[in-house]
Write a protein that binds this ligand. Structure first.
Ligand SMILES: NC(=O)C1=CN([C@@H]2O[C@H](COP(=O)(O)OP(=O)(O)OC[C@H]3O[C@@H](n4cnc5c(N)ncnc54)[C@H](OP(=O)(O)O)[C@@H]3O)[C@@H](O)[C@H]2O)C=CC1
Ligand SMILES: O=C(CO)COP(=O)(O)O
Length: 377
């Protein structure tokens, strides 16, 4: 089948991090007509991408666009870039921003492709970006959604959400982050979009664990459903719009990650469920598994807002070796949860989260129904 040529807009962009997602996103942008330079920290990988249009470590068998350039020189990658997309492991973001800072164009939009929180601070990636670079949140965007890299690198059709507190920024980033196989929606709910990506990883680990144990579809569906409630309660407690969590960055990503053997979080969970120790699992995973680092900070943040996360708590216990994988279950709850809320299904979990959700919905109605969350074209 003949393919339409990508619209050539030639916007100069840089992608920092040449792992599976950074390389795939560089391909998305280049196939959409952007002038892309990808930064790889290893010179030999940069050379393979630049000269061979391949990244055999992370995307075996995938041909990269002829126009995609790569370098291991951060200064060269960033020179003149109007948009800078960041795709390194979340725990290394701060050090990478410190290295990148002096080479960034002052007006450049900084876009996080990452799905973790910083362990030492509990900050979301967009918060780390604006803190380290001392830029306003309006200059920052995040992208999240059901985006398993290898499927997209093979050009299987997919959608994502671009989120920024500035709708204009989100739309500008979305306009270059789309092509014939990748569609970007927008919203202004950065908190919901970012936490959606972080939290689904934790539920995907839980699904992997019960899969590894050998439990079937009922257990997994129960964990997905109850997990979505935990994700929503948590994100709403931090100011997210609940509808964002039922969109691409929440439910969409949860389904993709929980079901796919391509997911590293799901795979790590499965190995734990099969009885491997955490240290062996970490050794075996030679790719970024954000969920393992996020469990601790997310539970701390949940405690600070009084949000109950029984599934995530059980994941923590399995990781710590204090709960046998076969005992992880969607119906268990934490001890101090009041009886009335314990058995309630649906989004309304904790009383305080419910009150906040109702207030937000009323506020939105007063604003003429123009919510900031959800996925908008
Ligand atoms: N893969 C996916 O399907 C998706 C991933 N994401 C998110 O994207 C982010 C990146 O993940 P992904 O690309 O998959 O990870 P990978 O494990 O595939 O690649 C990680 C990349 O980061 C580099 N890296 C590792 N440590 C450092 C460091 N300290 N400083 C600089 N670079 C470093 C690696 O370089 P080297 O090769 O030299 O080790 C590699 O290029 C994560 O937050 C993930 O959650 C989001 C959506 C989809
Ligand atoms: O975020 C992802 C898909 O949307 C990738 O998930 P993993 O990090 O678990 O591979």
């Amino acid at each position: 089948m003949a393919r339409a040529a990508a619209p050539v807009h030639g916007t100069r962009v840089a992608v920092v991090g040449a792992g599976s997602w950074g390389t795939t996103f560089a391909k998305i942008l280049a196939d959409g007509g952007a002038d892309v330079v990808l930064w790889a920290r290893r010179p030999e990988l940069a050379r393979e991408i630049q000269e061979g249009k391949r990244n055999s470590d992370y995307l075996p068998g995938v041909n990269l666009p002829m126009g995609l350039r790569a370098t291991s020189r951060l200064d060269l990658a960033l020179a003149g870039a109007e948009h800078v997309f960041l795709s390194v492991p979340s725990q290394s973001l701060r050090e990478n921003l410190l290295a990148a800072g002096p080479h960034l164009h002052a007006q450049a939009t900084i876009v996080s492709l990452m799905k973790g929180v910083e362990k030492s601070t509990g900050l979301r990636m967009s918060e780390v970006i604006s803190e380290v670079l001392r830029i306003e949140q309006e200059q920052v965007a995040v992208i999240s959604g059901p985006n398993l890299a290898l499927e997209i690198a093979k050009e299987q059709p997919t959608a994502a959400v671009v989120s920024s507190t500035s709708l204009e920024t989100a739309q500008a980033v979305a306009s270059i982050s789309r092509n014939r196989y990748f569609r970007s929606f927008v919203n202004t709910d950065v908190i919901g979009t970012e936490f959606g990506g972080v939290l689904k990883n934790l539920i995907a680990v839980a699904i992997g664990i019960v899969d590894g144990v050998g439990y079937g579809e009922n257990t997994k569906a129960s964990i997905i459903t109850r997990g979505l409630v935990e994700m929503t309660d948590f994100a709403v407690a931090y100011g997210a719009h609940p509808e964002t969590l039922s969109g691409l960055a929440g439910l969409g990503d949860l389904i993709a990650t929980s079901q796919s053997p391509l997911s590293r979080n799901n795979t790590a969970g499965r190995l734990l469920g099969q009885g491997y120790h955490l240290a062996d699992v970490v050794n075996q995973m030679n790719q970024t598994t954000e969920g393992l680092a996020s469990v601790g900070p997310i539970l701390e943040l949940a405690r600070a807002k009084g949000v109950e996360m029984p599934i995530v708590e059980q994941v923590r216990q399995v990781l710590a070796g204090t709960l046998a994988p076969r005992d992880i279950a969607p119906h268990l709850t934490t001890d101090d949860e009041p009886q009335g809320e314990r058995t309630m299904d649906g989004q309304a979990q904790g009383g305080s989260a419910l009150r906040r959700a109702v207030k937000r919905t009323l506020d939105q109605l007063r604003n003429g129904g123009r919510g900031a969350g959800g996925d908008r074209p």
